[in-house]
Ligand binder design. Structure first.
Ligand SMILES: *Cc1c(COP(=O)(O)O)cnc(C)c1O
Ligand SMILES: [Zn+2]
Length: 391
């Protein structure tokens, strides 16, 4: 056993603050009147790692292991996730008058940023003695869970909407997991998965109902700051499904300030949704604290078909606190944007990521994104997996 030198102390509820011990397995807040999401806490004051030491570490998210919850290096299940490149959109930004950067998460194992969360979740589950997983997914999370479970020698059961591109089902089966297809959306998958989790004693790795996927996702925020020489962009656009990405990146910026590695500047955070499921956009523009269930059916951006994110309240708080915004994008605009990026930049983003380019143009047209600002788009996945949708 070798220590990761993790500074992890415990899990705290983001809503009521109740502390949950780090030695036990937890899901959501155990206060029955609360049930909000749990967030890993660290003793940042005890940090010894310097920015200079960090520079020589391997190009993987585990370079930040002091600020991750896994305690023993033997439990780290890694396939080389993280430290993805930030590429300027050289040709498209010319007409925009702004610096437009794209962080390309398609370079992750299994072709999406879900690898980050599931590398963390599976590693921590191994540390806690968990043997069998269940997950509801729009596609990418199921593939990622199955890959990391295979690597760890553990079993995974994956609930996926029947209308998911075939590649996602194929990869999940190839990684040795059981795929259960459901006629419905991810909420329907979540209900089915939750019931089996209880009946079979499997561990449910649903978005934000499992506390450690968030820790994997937050490493995107650490990387953005490190790769931009400890600066943050003016505006950050994120395709929002369950919201782990937005919540995680925001958490990272707070932690980096506590470490004294960045200042107090934060990007204006923008949630981008598919018009099929844009409950966060409606709630944001109507000044509501929570979103309401919204599902208008299939969207080519499968990962954005989340009718009501569990963390809706937290997502909305972040958008407001950062003076951010929320933009809904229709499928035909996603397709047009995808083709602009692929034909002009040589990158094939996931439809979820492509939606950001449309949102960027829209916010620029409105003058909300201003001349001279630096804007970062997070392309969360790889378009190759979605060819059934975008052909
Ligand atoms: C899951 C997924 C999303 C949504 O991510 P959240 O962090 O849950 O909001 C966006 N894009 C892709 C490609 C995804 O797989
Ligand atoms: Zn609570």
């Amino acid at each position: 056993m070798a220590s990761t030198n993790s500074l992890f102390t415990n899990l705290a509820c983001v809503e009521c603050g109740r502390i949950h011990a780090k030695e036990e397995t937890h899901t959501i807040c155990e206060n029955p009147d609360c049930k909000s999401i749990l967030s890993a806490q660290y003793d940042f004051g005890a940090n010894r790692l310097t920015k200079e030491e960090l520079r020589s570490r391997p190009a993987s998210l585990w370079r930040y292991r002091e600020f991750l919850p896994v305690l023993d290096t033997d439990n780290i299940i890694s396939l080389g996730e993280g430290f993805t490149p930030i590429l300027p959109l050289l040709n498209l930004q010319e007409t925009a008058g702004k610096r437009v950067l794209l962080k390309d998460e398609s370079n992750n194992p299994t072709g999406s940023f879900k690898a980050r969360g599931l590398s963390l979740a599976v590693s921590k589950a191994k540390e806690l003695g968990i043997k069998e997983f269940v997950i509801p997914t729009a596609g990418n999370a199921g593939g990622a869970l199955s890959a990391y479970a295979a690597r760890a020698g553990l079993k995974a059961h994956v609930f996926m909407p029947r209308l998911t591109p075939q590649t996602f089902k194929d990869e999940t089966r190839l990684f040795g997991a059981e795929v259960i297809e459901i006629d419905g959306n991810i909420s329907d998958c979540g209900k089915a998965a939750g019931a089996l989790a209880v009946a079979e004693g499997w561990f449910d790795v649903s978005t934000l109902k499992e506390p450690y996927r968030l820790e994997g996702k937050k490493t995107m925020g650490y990387e953005i700051a490190e790769q931009l020489e400890w600066q943050v962009p003016d505006v950050l656009l994120y395709p929002t499904g369950g919201g782990t990405g937005i919540v995680g990146i925001w958490k990272a910026f707070g932690e980096l300030e506590k470490l004294g590695w960045t200042g107090s500047k934060r990007p204006r955070m923008v949630a981008v949704q598919s018009a099929s499921c844009d409950g966060i956009c409606s709630a944001f523009h109507n000044n509501e604290e929570r979103s309401t269930f919204k599902d208008s059916g299939f969207t080519i951006a499968n990962g954005l078909r989340v009718p009501k994110p569990y963390a809706d309240k937290v997502i909305l708080q972040i958008l407001r606190e950062s003076n951010g915004n929320a933009v809904s994008v229709a499928d035909n605009d996603i397709l047009t944007s995808l083709y602009e990026i692929s034909s002009r930049e040589g990158l094939l983003p996931a439809p979820e990521g492509a939606a950001l380019w449309h949102a960027f143009k829209e916010l620029s047209r409105q003058g909300w994104i201003r001349e001279g600002e630096t804007v970062l788009l997070l392309n969360t996945g790889c378009g190759y997996k979605y060819l059934d949708n975008i052909r």
